[in-house]
Design a protein around this ligand. Sequence first.
Ligand code: UN1
Length: 509
Amino acid sequence: MNLDFLKTLGLEERNAGTSTGARAYESEADYIDSYSPVDGKYIGSVSVTTKEQYETVMEKAGEAFKVWRKYTAPQRGEIVRQYGEALRKYKEPLGKLVSYEMGKSLQEGYGEVQEMIDICDFAVGLSRQLYGLTMHSERPNHRMYEQWHPFGIVGIISAFNFPVAVWSWNSMIAFVCGDVCVWKGSEKTPLCSVACQNIWKEVVEANDIPEGVGSIINGDYKVGEYMTTDKRIPLISATGSTRMGKIVAQTVAGRLGRSLLELGGNNAIIVTESSDLKVVLTGSVFGAVGTCGQRCTTTRRLIVHRSIYNTVKENMASAYTQLRIGNPLDENNHVGPLIDKDAVNMYLSALEQAVEQGGSVLVEGGVLEGEGYESGCYVKPAIVEAHNNMPIVQHETFAPILYLIPYDNLEDAIEMQNDVPQGLSSAIMTNNLREAELFLSCAGSDCGIANVNIGTSGAEIGGAFGGEKETGGGRESGSDSWKAYMRRQTNTINYGAEVPLAQGIKFDF
Ligand code: UN1
């Protein structure tokens, strides 16, 4: 495998490309070793942030904030614009690194970097649109309005499945808002974080802005705890499992900080009688197997009208036979590996549970072995006919397992779609206006994202991204999500010579 992209991204040679898996360091505890799920080979090591180093990062961040907040928002936008330009330059090597370290297909790796570029463009525009409202005061000669100020230090915790995009859709928005960011990426994809930081540093140096505007820290949940327990961080934005999110939420709430959570999904597509089966097939297959089922927006349930159930079932089974599973950097393949062997075990266990709980296997799963599959992380996307109330169906398994569920009327289908703990993404396939509008109405999907004739994954950055219930309620990325990164201040100004009190209160002396 040609690993030149590591060098292009400034990832030191001494750490990179050792094919033996030998550790480059003596101390086991202080380094995270990154192994590719693509070929099982050692890629490089990143040092774990110590408590002292964390303190230095926080001090620098605090100092940087004092300077950064004085830049005008459009000036901050200009820095973000330059980062977007740098990302355009590095799209190919960074896309390859994402694909190699995380395992998603190269197309999706490039797509993820494109998502970063798109959010930079969005944030640049936003830097001139951080609008507040003005209100009419009830008092004469008074003016009242609201303005938005930066919070300060924003802590970002992100997951392995989108090792670069999720950081940027938090930080690029936070940057134009005037915040500074400290980012802990996943310990499963540490080199992606370092690569983003190296590119960021080029922009920092070219513009002579304080180093502490954007920093990374590395490590597992213990390093994450430095941030969640730290009163100096008013906002923690965390993306990952519901389990992790509950711990973060409680810890941050315990100190009355704010958290912005984007957690698990259990996304369904309702396939109606009037749907276009070609649209159903493309949307559902990409939704279910894209990123090897490891998106929070992955399609996990297909709720199909009984009259077309057998047809959809046959179409899906036949589409799955055409999927090519293998090295994700080879563009002939559709599906790459799972992130690691733990994920493989969870996938196998979910399949077992599905059968024990009454599911019937339509497309068999299993771990692939032999040439090209040496990492042990390649699995076959599976389809199981199931019931919505099976415990395993209620649970988000981060793997390519799709549950097929029949329905008889649309109200029941919507009820089933909503009857899971999570509430991120949802879709209906229909050419019937009444069905589409019911699904989108307040009696329809309870998710943060509801699509018509599109799968559940692949949201654009312009919309607010996130969901309800166990998904955590946060909204990131587009629309007015920027408000989560700022504090609102209401200002009332008296330009008269009297001091009339609100609510008509008299106070004369
Ligand atoms: C995630 O899986 O955490 O909508 C993010 C999508 C992508 C983002 C997914 N734009 O699938």
